[in-house]
Design a protein around this ligand. Structure first.
Ligand SMILES: Cc1ncc(C[n+]2csc(CCOP(=O)(O)OP(=O)(O)O)c2C)c(N)n1
Ligand SMILES: [Mg+2]
Length: 344
């Protein structure tokens, strides 16, 4: 009896309950974090096995991305992601098969029909807008989408993501200025992982926090622990509510870390110590969420193993599916490009 009463007490005090999330939703949050992690890890392995040409990873950013996705109305709100947004795209509704097809560059992948490199996440039905490779171009484009929403008078919002290095681009300042002037329904989510490839954050900008810049654009700036999915959900939900009420944009800065190299073609040992990486690994998003769920009695060892088995099955299935899929025919390279093709 005492034990049961204690569990109930823990549950009512639980952080997710205070945020209005049910136990099922808290577990769902964990599921997306875990699935994204296991899928991403497999992608690295496939690259090292020479099965695929390139991978750019979202490992370490999962709590930020899944927490953010949970604050949106999926398929109703707009998402303009960047190349690390594997967990975000997955949580909004892209499938492991979609993402593996893109990794292999196979026919039928929804982002671009295999025209683009992988990690240019896009899905028309889910209102995920595929980005371009030059960093920060999505920022003014997201402000443009938000302007159209305001013009139409609906209560959709736009979420766009980028790294802290991208805030050195003119596009960042132009996009935020525009959003500030017109009080647009857009959330600018900076995933500050402390590096722009090999350049550490103190060499990227003259202020300690990206969020400090919000004041210059007349919008709310918020700093959040990007490895705490529930905290990200909380600040993102407030930002979304502000945008829906017509009170304009928010700049959210999620402080996080990328424990893996920038991409499959980078060697991070040349610019940072293993001790620094190991320190951040103690705050790993998968570990943090699992420990939290254990502390409120929602996960135990057996249940964790079930989640792991489910994730492995989903990743194996996606890999088999994409590996066996066909490449697009050569002529498909000429589809969906601008202009008429002249054949001599
Ligand atoms: C306009 C432009 N300049 C340079 C690059 C090369 N580049 C690709 S990713 C990247 C680092 C971006 O760092 P950050 O914005 O912090 O994002 P992170 O990769 O750390 O998530 C750079 C310089 C690019 N793609 N586009
Ligand atoms: Mg960065």
């Amino acid at each position: 009896m005492i034990a049961a009463a204690k569990i109930n007490e823990v549950k009512t005090k639980a952080q997710h309950r205070a945020l209005g999330l049910s136990d099922e939703q808290a577990l769902e949050l964990y599921w997306h974090i875990l699935l994204a992690r296991r899928l991403d890890e497999r992608m690295w392995i496939l690259h090292r096995q020479h099965e695929v040409a390139f991978h750019i990873s979202g490992i370490g950013h999962e709590a930020t991305q899944v927490g953010a996705a949970f604050a949106l109305r999926k398929g109703y709100d707009w998402v303009h992601p960047y190349y690390r947004d594997l967990a975000l795209s997955l949580t909004i509704g892209m499938t492991p098969r979609d993402l593996m097809l893109a990794l292999y560059g196979k026919q039928g992948e929804p982002s671009s029909g295999a025209h683009q490199m992988p990690a240019h996440y896009g899905n028309r039905a889910l209102k995920i807008v595929s980005g371009s490779s030059p960093v920060a171009t999505q920022i003014p484009q997201a402000a443009g989408i938000a302007f159209a929403i305001k013009y139409k008078g609906t209560d959709e919002v736009v979420l766009t993501c980028f790294g802290e290095g991208s805030t050195a681009e003119g596009d960042f300042h132009e996009g935020l200025n525009w959003a500030g002037i017109f009080k647009l329904p857009v959330i600018f989510l900076c995933q500050n992982n402390q590096y722009a490839i090999s350049v550490p954050v103190h060499k990227e900008m003259p202020v300690p926090n990206v969020a400090d810049r919000a004041v210059a654009y007349g919008m709310t700036g918020v700093i959040v622990d990007g490895n705490d999915a529930l905290e990200v959900y909380r600040v993102m939900r407030e930002a979304v509510e502000r945008a829906r009420r017509g009170e304009g944009a928010t700049l959210v800065e999620a402080k996080t870390y990328r424990p893996v190299p920038h991409s499959s073609d980078d060697d991070d040992r040349t610019y940072r110590s293993r001790a620094e990486v190991d320190e951040w690994k103690k705050k790993d998003p998968v570990l943090r969420m699992r420990q939290y769920l254990e502390s409120v009695g929602l996960l135990n060892e057996a249940r964790s193993q079930e989640y792991e088995a489910r994730a492995k099955q989903a990743v194996d299935d996606a890999n088999e599916f994409a590996k066996n899929a066909s490449y697009p025919p050569a002529e498909a390279a000429l589809e969906n490009v601008w202009g008429e093709i002249s054949r001599q």
